[in-house]
Design a protein around this ligand. Structure first.
Ligand code: ASP
Length: 336
């Protein structure tokens, strides 16, 4: 049987970083990183592209589009893709790629590390090896994050720890698989891997004018007026299961004005687990059935940012935005 072919898309991050006296910064290239893990040769034939070499703090939606274009350009020539990426914004990029390269029967895996490849105690080698292993596996598909022995759906990842090697958690959804040494363990009932030979749907536009606003006690609703010039959508992280202050009606006026002006409001919760339900408390009720208000349900804020940018990048028709937004993609939401 011929060897599987994997394209390694190196973008920077700690994994590629070295220290020159002014802090860690990415300098190592994809081939240099792969040479540190000779066992990769036993798994597949690897090719490389390096669209950028940046700290993921500097990763922007235009860079997500650039990575998606690399996948699109090479899609037919490879069995899988591994993207080396900084951990800090990896969850955003993984979510964005889930929408920009939708329904991919070939695996698109993101990984990185908490310690640089050059550090003697690095996690980079195992993460790189296990990501390529997962990308070579016939049963893998769609966008995922492989990190610290866990495979997390690309729309469900969150960076939860700044230092430990198990940096990522799968939010409100089970991990897709575990990698134990060089064995992939898929839990019974994990999403199916049936393949029909269909190509994914590729997209190449995003609306970057999306902001996340976290409610804090006494935050002034006049903030919505200040945001009008620069933003088309607000993702509002409410209290608890969906509480928005109701003491004087000013929030409701500000939010209804915002959506009545043709802008988008996505309501979510600032509580990390279990999601939103605007129907439970009186302080959320007014927003439950208002046209133009979209409900984040159990989605991560990272996926909400990416999905809102993607949906508004495709259309300005509110009904069509809502249709795209509510369609489950890469297991991003479990509607109530
Ligand atoms: N600042 C780094 C980055 O996101 C952190 C890392 O990769 O772990 O690029």
């Amino acid at each position: 049987m011929s060897k599987r072919r994997v394209l390694l898309i190196a973008t920077g991050g700690t994994i590629a970083s070295t220290e020159d006296g002014s802090g860690l910064a990415p300098t190592m290239t994809g081939p240099e990183l792969a040479r540190q893990v000779p066992l990769l040769d036993t798994l597949c034939e690897l090719d490389f592209v390096q669209p950028m070499n940046i700290d993921s703090t500097n990763m922007r939606p235009r860079d997500w589009l650039c990575i998606a274009r690399e996948v699109r350009r090479a899609y037919d020539d490879y069995d899988g893709f591994v993207i080396l990426h900084g951990t800090d914004t990896m969850a955003y990029t993984a979510a964005a790629l889930s929408y920009l390269v939708r329904d991919s029967e070939k695996p698109i895996v993101l990984t990185g590390s908490q310690q640089p490849m050059a550090n003697p105690f690095t996690d980079a080698k195992l993460n790189l090896y296990q990501s390529v292993l997962y990308a070579c596996d016939e049963a893998s598909r769609d966008v995922s994050v492989v990190f610290g022995g866990k495979v997390i759906c690309g729309t469900r990842a969150r960076k939860q720890r700044t230092m430990s090697f198990n940096a990522f958690t799968s939010m409100n959804y089970p991990s897709l698989a575990y990698v134990r040494g060089s064995r992939i363990v898929r839990p019974a009932g994990a999403p199916g891997s049936e393949k029909s030979g269909a190509r994914p749907c590729f997209y190449d536009s995003l609306d970057e004018r999306v902001i996340v606003l976290k409610l804090t006690p006494e935050l002034r609703p006049s903030i919505f007026d200040l945001l009008r010039a620069d933003y088309d959508a607000v993702i509002l992280e409410t209290f608890g299961i969906g509480g928005i202050p109701a003491y004087d009606g000013s929030y409701q006026r500000a939010i209804f004005d915002w959506v009545d002006s043709g802008r988008t409001l996505v309501v979510t919760t600032q509580v990390p687990e279990e999601g939103l339900d605007l129907g439970v408390y009186e302080v959320g009720h007014a927003y439950a059935e208002k046209d133009g208000i979209l409900k984040g349900d159990d989605m991560t804020t990272e996926a909400l940012v990416a999905k809102t940018m993607w949906a508004l990048g495709q259309t300005r028709d509110p009904a069509e935005v809502a249709r795209l937004f509510y369609e489950p993609i890469n297991h991003d939401r479990m509607p109530r």
